[in-house]
Ligand binder design. Structure first.
Ligand SMILES: [Zn+2]
Length: 78
């Protein structure tokens, strides 16, 4: 058996589970509790806007990016 065209996949691309676009893996992020599902930067910004900037920033503090921002700004939340 030979590989059919439909099995050919760009290995460095992932499918955004929100907008459906195929994007380079470096331009999407995997959902934390849903492995194998990715979201692109544009959809992440759209989702943050939908939920509201204040809520998005509150959630950001629990992510590695939030930890990095705290270290860079020298602010420690207690
Ligand atoms: Zn998307």
């Amino acid at each position: 058996m030979s590989a059919a065209a439909e099995t050919i996949r760009e290995s460095d691309h992932e499918h955004c589970g929100c907008c459906g676009r195929q994007l380079p893996a470096r331009e999407v992020v995997e959902l934390g509790s849903t492995p194998g599902v990715f979201i692109c930067g544009g959809c992440a910004i759209w989702a943050a806007r939908r939920v509201g900037a204040a809520a998005a920033l509150r959630q950001l503090r629990f992510t590695p990016l939030g930890g990095l921002l705290r270290r860079l700004t020298g602010r420690e939340d207690r």
